[in-house]
Design a protein. Structure first.
Length: 275
């Protein structure tokens, strides 16, 4: 078994009982407004490299699933072209590997790490360095109503639906600042998570902050290549399976000093089933 010991950043619970919140785009520092009302704390974690046994992990058991499939689209430098070329092939990948009958991609984020640059804006996203879950039940349901026609959404949320991210490295292997995933079987869904308001310019969303637990078991694949991708479950309405997976970017201490900065793309998809 190959593991690394790395620092992961978790949510610090608020002591006054108030609801945590953060802005998707930090306010102008000149206004003196904080970007969030909560803190964070670092913990050391053993992170297992599961390359060679990745097929032991699935969306319904651990909350994540690795696959090898080259993308036909290669450039990833123009949002309109990404939507036109990369979205359709990714929809087919998600359908094939999940058995879903309908997939709607509602947005994507391209991330490029810029060493020494602390700016992180919607136009210049860097890797996320805090343990988190992208959705809650309320925000997932709201997403369906936000992105599907009003005559479809009510019936779609009565059947099984998910939010799944498709993440892959672009240009280079993700040796620098890879993603790690906390096996859902090692979390306590009733104690480890805190709904957190995510403030967009025009509406409020919701994510889940994650509290530290020594029971958490972290996994990754070292050096994921651009022809590999991972499906990340952010929500599942079905009972009895992994509901979501906490995840974060992390600084891998085994990264060579000459490794190129991580570049990656994640698509966020609403995934629907006939069942």
């Amino acid at each position: 078994m190959s593991t690394v010991t790395a620092t992961l950043t978790y949510f610090t619970p608020l002591t006054d009982g108030s609801r945590p919140w953060q802005y998707i785009t930090p306010p102008d520092p000149k206004n003196g407004l904080p970007s969030s009302n909560f803190g964070s704390e670092n913990h050391q974690a053993e992170i297992e490299n599961i390359r060679g046994k990745e097929h032991s992990y699935s969306l319904d058991t651990s909350g994540f699933q690795f696959h090898k499939r080259e993308a036909r689209h290669k450039a990833f430098n123009d949002d309109a072209v990404i939507e036109r070329e990369y979205y359709p092939e990714s929809i087919e990948f998600i359908k094939e590997y999940t058995g879903a009958n309908k997939v709607v991609i509602f947005d994507h984020t391209t991330r490029r790490r810029r060493p020494g640059d602390t700016e992180d804006t919607p136009q210049k996203r860097q890797p996320v360095a805090r343990v988190h879950v992208d959705q809650t039940k309320a925000s997932a349901t709201a997403r369906v109503h936000r992105h599907l026609p009003g005559d479809e959404a009510p019936s779609l949320v009565k059947r099984r639906f998910q939010i799944i991210n498709l993440w892959r490295p672009i240009k280079n292997p993700a040796i620098d600042w890879p993603l790690t995933f906390c096996d859902y079987r090692s979390v306590d869904p009733n104690k480890d998570f805190v709904p957190t308001t995510l403030k967009y310019p025009d509406y409020d969303g919701e994510v889940m902050a994650v509290k530290f637990s020594p029971s958490h078991r972290w996994k990754y694949i070292k050096g994921m290549t651009p022809d590999e991708f991972v499906l990340i479950k952010c929500f599942d309405s079905k009972e009895g399976v992994a509901a979501f997976v906490p995840h974060t970017g992390f600084e891998d201490p085994s990264t060579p000093p000459d490794a190129p900065p991580r570049e990656s793309i994640e698509l966020r998809a609403l995934v629907f089933y006939d069942e």
